[in-house]
Write a protein that binds this ligand. Structure first.
Ligand code: SAM
Ligand code: SF4
Ligand code: SF4
Length: 378
């Protein structure tokens, strides 16, 4: 049994003040961080609550009935989220991902999607808006999400074996209901659906091939994520990580694969397509994605920022502290001032946790201070 790390203090209380720089920074769309990385992708956590208790994310022992979730007035309102998103878009953001916690638990989430879908790039183009969900409320919400303007969806599913899945979500939730949610999303017309599977050696790695067989040729792209040392509570151990290379080899031995070009700069997933008998990519059979956050750091072109449920800007998934935009917003700051503050924060960004992790031994002291993924969003 692994020992669980229970944090002794609440990392959410710590934050940097979002300072206004002495010289105003305007939105040129060309903002670069200290390592020259642009700002393109904003992940917005709309709730820190979830109806699942996946042990790798919100272990029951910590997220129990006594856990202090954020109070309602701490959450950014839809208006505050949409305004902040618009200012990030002015700085170059082109992709928004709604996440959490479980984003479909946020009341009237479709209203927020509708507001975000109305934001255009400076060239008048629509944004790429997507949402990551555990799928439990998808049957109920699919039509509303589609009508609100959501184009893409990612559904998390860690296996097809019911007993394994029920154990992993730790609330006894059945596989069939998630598959039903995916079907509902397809039925209302979602054409781009991805399924995320977090692979834990010894827990669900026997599900890799059944999942690949199930989704091959369905138009749904299955992505395998290496189990990461996010947060401070999941008791992560390196021996529970199954490297993506091994995932690829296991699938390739039965269902031959060919490597595909990345779809966009800063893309987190390595793409592999199912091949035909001539060894060429067979588009009708589709592709898989490998997200090797642990064994192959992709910090070099990381263009992602995260906005926590209570309006803090995090520069890295593994950050220990965020920048408090909510106080600035609620102080009555102008759009120009908020744009300037965001620019100032991003320009100083030099985070590259995964890269450093692969270069030096795992630092348990930092580990205990990292914020939880359910709070800043995956
Ligand atoms: N509740 C939603 C869901 O599960 O899809 C959205 C939030 S969840 C934090 C976003 C993604 O992070 C999910 O695909 C989840 O599997 C992944 N995730 C959570 N903890 C992880 C960990 N320790 N390692 C790798 N992926 C993780
Ligand atoms: Fe909830 Fe998603 Fe975390 Fe699982 S991974 S506990 S579904 S937020
Ligand atoms: Fe980006 Fe941080 Fe992940 Fe590196 S570790 S890819 S900087 S979020």
């Amino acid at each position: 049994m692994s020992e669980r790390v229970i944090p002794l203090f609440d990392q959410r209380l710590a934050a940097f003040k979002a300072e206004l720089p002495a010289h105003k920074i305007s939105a040129s769309g060309l903002l670069g961080d200290a390592l020259g990385r642009p700002l393109r992708d904003l992940r917005i956590s709309v709730t820190d609550r979830c109806n699942f208790r996946c042990a790798y994310c919100m272990p029951k022992e910590v997220f129990d009935k006594d856990y202090a979730y954020l109070p309602q007035n701490a959450l950014l309102s839809f208006e505050e989220i949409a305004r902040t998103a618009r200012l990030f878009v002015a700085h170059g953001v082109r992709k928004l991902r709604l996440t959490g916690g479980e984003p479909l638990l946020r009341k009237n989430i479709e209203v927020l999607i509708n507001m975000l879908a109305a934001i255009e790039t400076p060239d008048g183009e629509p944004l790429d808006i997507t949402l990551t969900t555990n799928g439990s409320l998808l049957r109920k919400k699919a039509q509303l999400l589609k009508d609100a303007g959501l184009k893409r969806l990612t559904v998390s599913l860690d296996g097809l074996d019911d007993a394994t899945f029920r154990k992993m979500n730790d609330v006894d939730y059945p596989v069939a209901d998630v598959l039903d949610g995916i079907e509902a999303a397809r039925a209302v017309g979602f054409q781009s659906i991805k399924v995320n599977m977090v692979v834990q050696r010894g827990t669900n790695d026997a599900q890799i091939l059944p999942m690949a067989r199930h989704f091959k040729g369905t138009g749904v792209t299955l992505r395998f994520i290496e189990y990461m040392d996010v947060g401070a509570t999941n008791g992560w151990r390196m021996d529970q990580v199954l490297p993506s290379r091994e995932v690829m080899q296991r699938i390739h031995s039965e269902l031959p694969l060919v490597q595909l070009e990345p779809s966009a700069p800063g893309e987190t997933a390595e793409r592999w397509g199912y091949s035909d008998t001539d060894g060429k990519y067979d588009k009708a059979q589709g592709e898989i994605g490998l997200i090797s956050s642990v064994t192959q750091a992709f910090c070099g072109d990381c263009n992602r920022a995260r906005l926590s449920t209570d309006g803090k800007l995090y520069l890295c998934l593994f950050a220990t502290q965020g920048h408090d935009l909510r106080s600035l917003i609620r102080s009555g700051a102008s759009d120009e001032d908020i744009i300037s503050a965001i620019g100032h924060i991003w320009q100083k960004r030099d985070d590259r946790y995964s890269q450093l992790r692969s270069e030096m031994p795992f630092d348990t002291s930092t580990g205990a201070r990292k914020v939880e993924m359910s709070y800043i969003g995956g």
